[in-house]
Write a protein that binds this ligand. Structure first.
Ligand SMILES: *Cc1c(COP(=O)(O)O)cnc(C)c1O
Length: 455
């Protein structure tokens, strides 16, 4: 019998090199800190993207604001800028402290990307940005648009006819498809969304109602992306939104940071050397949390500490970063099934681009059990009246783990943060949920209640 090899090593050899794999493959909740993290300045020397790239993305979104406000009236109040609320959740903090029997030093905030206009998830940042950038590129290439035009002119039959010659395609577990699909269809593009088996029926129905062609796969996200890419590449007028490698998506997400800085200023939340900011971001393939984390590092540098959160069944970024093999390995290689209620995070192979870009910037990554997600979901609904989808709850546990786990305590100690944590702000990034139909949300909520009562 030959042993099954993962790249050049057996599972036993991998586990010997990285003992945390024992807990990961037993689907236990873990907390990992990144031994390769360096200072912001050192990390940036190896990264080709910079502040100017994020500023360019921000300016592009500003140019499109008049168009967005016109075609999505729900964005008018914010003048066509798609941005989400940022709120204190003190009752949730108390709940977490009691649930885990662990004091959380500092304030707890929730960033409500669940309530972003147009597609109700963090994908309304990167996804919509990339479609707008593609539309702008095409229109400018054909001399139909210039930088100083009022972009609300894109809401016309002339432009819709122009864009209808072109196709936009994407592979998705659901939310990216929603955001790319809704935005592309609005501009007039033909759209193909390749959906993995995790994708919820209501998302497919909604997209079809907007004229989007939804292609369904019985397998996971990687397959949907692979097939989508293949089909799109065969058509020269088709543009494939590459969730695994796209710098445009990444930059669209990164714009969140400068806007967050303004929100924190308005709330009198200070972030500086004495007042650290800890941000916990649910992670699927990595583009969303990676882009946001990159933007946050540009704005707050060494004063922000970014952690990713993944399901115990899909810890692709953690395994990729820890082994430094990134997208060369997937969770299935290690016998982990990538089956989770957190459909937005059901990704078995992480983005290599994101893993490498964040190699020296990310503070750590932790995993959360599906049951925990449901319990947190119903608690947040009861205590703060905010309804999130399961994926979006994954971040909360980070605020407990930095104090409760050995790795977390070590992180605070090594970064000389122990004395400063009473001044800290913890932020769970609530990545989605406002568009979940009520009957679906009721089921999630009931599940959370049932599981809470069993404790
Ligand atoms: C997509 C998604 C994420 C993670 O984003 P990635 O770019 O896949 O890492 C987190 N939460 C929700 C609700 C999502 O839809």
């Amino acid at each position: 019998m030959t042993k099954k090899m993962i790249l050049d090593k057996s599972l036993e050899e991998w586990t010997k090199a990285y003992p945390l794999l024992k807990d990961l493959t037993s689907l236990k909740e873990v907390f990992w800190t990144n031994p390769k993290q360096t200072s912001f300045n050192d990390a940036m020397k190896k990264i080709s993207l910079n502040e100017a790239d994020v500023k360019d993305a921000e300016d592009r979104l500003d140019r499109f604001a008049s168009y967005i406000a016109k075609v999505f009236p729900e964005t008018q109040a914010n003048n066509g800028i798609i941005e989400s609320p940022n709120v204190r959740v003190p009752k949730m903090k108390t709940f977490l402290e009691e649930m885990y029997n662990q004091e959380i030093h500092g304030d707890l905030l929730l960033k409500c990307d669940s309530h972003l206009a147009i597609s109700g998830s963090i994908k309304a940042r990167g996804g919509i940005y990339e479609v707008l950038k593609h539309a702008e590129d095409l229109a400018m290439e054909h001399k139909l648009l210039s930088l100083n035009d009022d972009y609300s002119t894109l809401d016309s039959d002339e432009f819709r006819n122009f864009f209808s010659q072109y196709t936009v395609a994407v592979g998705s577990t659901g939310n990216l498809g929603l955001s790319i699909g809704i935005m592309s269809a609005k501009l007039g593009f033909k759209v193909f969304v390749h959906m993995s088996a995790d994708a919820k029926q209501w998302k497919k129905d909604l997209l079809r109602s907007k004229g989007v062609t939804v292609v369904e796969y019985a397998s996971d996200y990687s397959k949907a992306v692979e097939e989508g890419r293949k089909q799109s590449d065969a058509d020269p007028k088709s543009y494939f939104v590459d969730d695994e490698n796209s710098q445009n998506l990444f930059l669209g997400y990164a714009v969140a940071a400068s806007r967050l800085k303004k929100q924190l200023d308005e709330m009198d939340v200070v972030v500086d050397k004495e007042h650290p900011l800890f941000v916990y971001l649910p992670c699927g393939v990595g583009g969303g949390p990676g882009g946001v984390a990159f933007g946050l590092k540009l704005v707050f540098k060494d004063n922000v500490h970014c952690f990713f959160a993944e399901p115990t069944h899909s810890p692709c970024m953690l395994i990729g970063m820890m082994t430094e093999e990134h997208d060369k390995v997937c969770v299935q290689d290690f016998g982990i099934d990538n089956v989770t209620v957190a459909d937005g995070l059901a990704v078995g192979r992480a983005s290599g681009f994101v893993g490498v870009t964040l190699e020296n910037l990310l503070s750590g990554d932790f995993t959360v059990d599906d049951k925990t997600l449901f319990v947190l979901l119903s608690a947040l609904a009861d205590l703060e009246d905010v309804y999130l989808e399961p994926s979006a709850l994954a971040g909360f546990r980070g605020a407990v783990d930095v104090f409760k786990t050995e790795a977390g305590k070590m992180y605070l100690k090594e970064n000389q943060l122990e004395e400063l944590m009473k001044n800290a702000t913890h932020m769970a990034w609530g990545t989605g949920g406002s568009m979940v139909p009520k009957d679906e949300m009721d089921k999630y909520y009931q599940m959370g209640r049932t599981l809470s009562n069993q404790e």
